[in-house]
Design a protein. Sequence first.
Length: 260
Amino acid sequence: MMCLIVFSYKQHPKYDLVFAANRDENHSRPTRAAQFWDDHPNVLAGKDLKASGTWMGVTKDGAFSALTNYRDPSIQKENPPSRGQLVLDFLLSEESPHTYLRKVDQEAHRYMGFNLLTGKGDELGYYSNQEQKIRLLDAGLYGLSNHLLDTTWPKVERAKKKLNNILQDEKISEEALFKLLSDEKKASEDQLPDTGIPKDIEKKISSIFIKSEGYGTRCSTLLLIGKDGTITFNERRFKAGTQKVEEENRFEFALAEAAK
């Protein structure tokens, strides 16, 4: 799942959405790169080959969704469904973000902790099964990691500040967004959140880009939705434990007429 997301919604003169995210996961978990799916050709997303869902995706008509896990070791469920299916199901639905999140709310207790973003047209929704409240977001700058939306973790605040600087330019630089996502600065001891895991691990995963043995940032993804109807999706996948780009998958296409 995505473990750091920072995004600007309806703040920029050229873009309705400027979205940058890192997916942190076990290096051993099998994953397919972002592509338009053969069985769902309207959907552009990576794929979790273990559970068949996805952590983030967009459709040709401009619907998008992304998910982060909510970190709390005390949450226990017996045979919970895959959280990645929540993203895919929205991308496959014809429902508005709010309507879909109302349905998610009815089933949310079955899942391990999660945060879910759903957006389409002029509606952007957020829901966590730890907060159990649907929020429709106003224009603004937001950050999300493994707690609730805009929780003031150091890496969330750092990413928001960096994105705010990038937004000052009329033309959004994809390289600047990827540089934001590459930041390896860790939080100081006194700023570390307490999520119930050992402090040494909390320290290792307190940076925007995570490098640690067996687990870390697997890919960085950008999503830009322009006011002119252009959608840009760019994914960089990394060699395990490094920032060496093994693969880059960039897509640019015009929003399908049906959504305009």
